[in-house]
Design a protein around this ligand. Structure first.
Ligand SMILES: [Zn+2]
Length: 270
């Protein structure tokens, strides 16, 4: 059983990391396809933190295993983005066939300091989602860049929650495959929370809740990785009830898995 680094009682009173991960660690004892590890341990002001990685291996398919990574909690004050990937994993543990042909590496808590203290930024007061592939010395970035470099995933999905959003939306980053996966994800998730109807979201032009542009330094694949993996950002409206946000995000994840699987099935015929 994986033990999280010791968290002092004062911090635990804010948000209990053990309570967060215990169910998934427990599920891993029942399901060998679910493995929890701590990939990054670091200290901030003498307090140790860790970045958990949970790998779920679905039943094998006739084709090569598709390796995806799912990220949550890059901004510590967006708990829906932490809870959704965990809820998704718990669902898969009880119905593994939904992940047939996939190996999913899930990083639900990319900014553990921010999660404990309910802050967007990390312990150095930096927005981690502006720090990728820019020579950042932040321990969270070094850990995640290492994971991205070593694993060279076929697809990346990052979850966020936006307190200015009027509904669900996402970033396609201008790539056709991203758009082809995001559109059905928004469609299925809109049965739980509506799409953000605005033509401008978070300062960007948006169409049908999809944004093509993106900030510099966001979590993405290593610059030299070819072919480029798909690379989606899915946002829930942070002011909506948290269980609805979690449900919308898990529905989106489910849909992306289905859509990408059928995309690969058709791709050889294109
Ligand atoms: Zn965010």
């Amino acid at each position: 059983m994986v033990q999280l680094a010791h968290v002092p009682p004062r911090v635990q009173a804010l948000r209990d990391l053990h309570a967060l991960l215990d169910p998934i660690v427990l599920a891993g004892e029942l399901h060998p396809s679910l493995q929890t590890d701590l990939v990054g341990a670091f200290e901030h002001q003498g307090v140790p933190y860790s970045i958990p990685r949970i790998v779920f291996t679905g039943p094998p398919a006739a084709y090569d295993t598709i390796r995806l990574a799912i990220f949550g909690g890059l901004h510590g004050d967006e708990p829906a983005s932490v809870l959704a990937p965990l809820a998704f994993l718990e669902r898969l543990a009880s119905d593994p066939a939904r992940a047939t042909g996939y190996e999913l590496a899930v990083y639900p808590l990319c900014n553990p300091f921010g999660y404990v203290f309910d802050t967007r930024h990390n312990g150095a007061d930096l927005d981690l989602n502006r720090e990728f592939w820019r020579g950042s010395k932040q321990p969270e970035i070094r850990v995640l860049e290492h994971e991205l470099s070593v694993n060279r995933f076929h697809g990346l999905i990052t979850l966020h929650a936006d307190d200015t959003a009027e509904g669900i939306y996402g970033y396609t980053r201008g790539h056709v495959l991203n758009e082809a996966l995001l559109e059905p994800a928004l469609r299925s998730a809109s049965s739980i929370l509506p799409r953000d109807p605005r033509s401008k979201i978070d300062g960007w032009l948006a169409r049908d809740a999809k944004i093509e542009a993106c900030f510099e330094g966001v979590l993405s694949a290593p610059l030299g990785q070819r072919p480029r993996p798909f690379d989606l950002i899915f946002e829930t409206p942070a002011l909506a009830p948290i269980d609805r946000q979690v449900e919308a995000a898990t529905t989106a994840l489910d849909t992306i898995l289905d859509e990408y699987r059928s995309f690969l099935a058709y791709a050889p015929n294109l």
